[in-house]
Design a binder for this molecule. Structure first.
Ligand code: HEM
Length: 352
């Protein structure tokens, strides 16, 4: 498509598809022309317009506030806890000869980590995981339960502040800034929806890529210092988020196409990340690719807020998996089933 139809209108999707790196770069970042704000309501109970669906100045004030509490320091401070949670899960895996890696590891890890960051007590972890799974499946009851739960946690932390992110968000709110109680709840749900499935897919996709590329797998096992760049290559090669939503604010031209005002535009990150004009041997998986300026985390003012956290989780999680299971292999008798939702790239299960 990058060559034959780099920008085209898809009648079925009623959206413009944008495939080339340079065009994706422009559409994802030029917010004055390509807004993130949906002209229609989101249609989800308990959600107001949250961070990714806003434009400046609202976006800037919300982002500045959440960046104050979701800091690199908070993420770094999670390193030892992520390691402990990883080993807890791997110890359970060791009791079985064969497991679904997603159920056993790649799905619970990010949920437990974000639960701890938010201040969910350990004994409520299983309810929290159940609701998170439901929130991802857009189950209205789970969304309501989760929102009620965060409202209750918010109330508790208002009277008894802790060291967690909710307490810090409340403090920011009470300093007279613009984050309302509803926005705190929305932000908590956003962290779940934006961060869990994506991180699950990143960890799963890493094992999937290594399975499909045995030479690169061996090279990585021989030198685990290549892991951070291998994870960047997985983000490029099997991008967990395949495309974004933008809405034209004015009539605009991309390449030889004129796009009217008020149209839905999908910049395809997964396609930009394979653009031959930007990446040598774009369809090859090369664990020490350099340079590797991919768009897996988006681009511009909405660049992923959770990128440092997800990179840390993937690094700790995959390193421990490779070290603890020197003979880890994918059961190739089971056909690999990609997730049905085309917006994300991952697998339904991965038997190892
Ligand atoms: C934004 C991808 C993990 C929180 C984004 C965007 C992308 C993305 C592409 C840009 C959306 C846009 O421009 O419309 C990913 C991928 C992840 C990941 C591939 C994992 C592999 C996480 C995690 C968190 C998180 C772990 C938090 C716990 C966010 C938030 C935004 C965002 C809050 C909105 C930022 C804004 O609008 O200013 N992410 N993400 N993400 N991500 Fe992530």
């Amino acid at each position: 498509m990058r060559q034959s139809a780099p920008i085209f209108y898809d009648k079925e999707w009623q959206a413009w598809m944008v495939f080339r790196y340079d065009d994706v770069e422009r559409v994802s970042s030029e917010w004055k022309t390509f807004s993130s704000k949906s002209p229609q309501p989101l249609g989800r109970e308990d959600f107001t317009q949250s961070l990714p669906q806003t434009d400046p100045p609202k976006h800037q004030s919300l982002r500045t506030l959440v960046q104050k509490v979701f800091t690199p320091h908070r993420v770094e401070a999670m390193e030892s806890r992520i390691t402990e949670l990883t080993h807890e899960l791997l110890d359970q895996m060791k009791q079985h000869k064969q497991v679904d890696l997603i159920q056993a590891f790649s799905s619970p890890l990010p949920i437990f980590v974000i639960g701890e960051i938010l201040g969910v007590p350990v004994d409520q972890r299983s309810d929290f995981k159940r609701w998170s799974d439901g929130v991802l499946a857009s189950d209205p009851t789970a969304i309501k339960n989760m929102a009620d739960y965060f409202r209750q946690l918010l109330k508790e932390r208002q009277s008894h502040p802790g060291q967690d992110l909710i307490s810090d968000l409340i403090a920011a709110y009470e300093e007279g800034e613009k984050l309302t109680g509803q926005e705190v709840v929305d932000f908590c749900i956003l962290l779940l929806t934006a961060g869990n499935e994506t991180t699950t897919n990143l960890i799963t996709n890493t094992i999937w890529c290594l399975h499909e590329h045995p030479d690169e797998n061996q090279r990585l096992r021989n030198d685990l210092s290549l892991l951070p760049s291998a994870i960047e290559e997985v983000l490029r090669y099997y991008s967990p988020v395949t495309f974004l939503n933008r809405f034209t604010q004015v009539e605009t031209q991309i390449g030889d196409q004129t796009i009217p005002t008020g149209q839905l535009v999908h910049p395809w990150l997964a396609s930009a990340n394979r653009d031959e004009l930007h990446f040598d041997n774009a369809s090859s998986f090369i664990i020490d690719r350099e340079p590797n300026k991919h768009f897996a985390f988006g681009n511009g003012i909405h660049f992923c807020l959770g990128a440092p956290l997800t990179r840390l989780e993937a690094k700790i999680g995959v390193k421990a998996l490779l070290e603890e299971f020197p003979n880890l292999r994918v059961d190739s008798k089971e056909p690999l089933k990609p997730l049905p939702n085309i917006r994300v790239h991952g697998l339904e299960s991965l038997s190892v």
